[in-house]
Design a protein around this ligand. Sequence first.
Ligand code: ZN
Length: 276
Amino acid sequence: MKQLVRFASAGIPIQCKGGNLEAVECSRKLGLGAFEIEFVRGVKMGEVKAREIAASAAKNDVLVSSHAPYYVNCCTQEKAKVASTIRHIFSSARITGLCGGTITVFHPGHYQKLGKEEAFQAAKKVLLVINEKMDAAKVKCALGAETVGKKSAFGGLEEVVRLHEELEFVWPVLDFSHLLARGDFPCKTEGEYRKLFAAVEKRIPGYGKDFHSHFSSIEYTERGERNHLPISANVPPYKPLMKVLAENGYSGRVVCESPRLEYDALLMQAEYLKHA
Ligand SMILES: [Zn+2]
């Protein structure tokens, strides 16, 4: 059977009452096949709750993922910050795994005073330590390196693809609005979306069959991202992306990070299904 792309809201849908556990069943009732838990302000969930989420996700056929805390920086040169980055990403992956989730998305870091290559090597070192801890604790969850929206941030398209090439446990997460805002990839027309996927697939064969992505519209300046907007702002446009995903038979997840969360996720899904 053809695997369709699944759509999720980034965090508890606006219409859902309750917490992350209730949001799983609620997502299914709304017609969404995925849900991304926001650990962006810290991983405060316990093991019991995580296991309840895993059971509900299996019962409702909802794929779970998460977003790790914002305040991590894999490129940092400060010892205390290295330790806290390792701790936050590791605990996000551990709890996500217990939720039955397969990927936790993180923002790779900031260059600060480092050159691009130095930043890459610093991030690689930190990610290797996290992976060792995950192996020791038998955590099965991919680390999703998100393409960032600011030029001062480490995590351009080239960098996240290269991270995967050198560390197979890192999986690139395409944030289309960030790619546009940072100037990494235009993301405006069907042709550009096609080229983007082709470029990633050339380096990571099969990526389109298991892609993970974030979508919203965006306001940006020459320095990059400023603000996420509803998808009706059409920057970048979602309709050509939905057509490309359907026509190429890609499967994976689109997590909606617009302020309209599930409402926009459902709009994208309806557009996608027109072509699937
Ligand atoms: Zn993010």
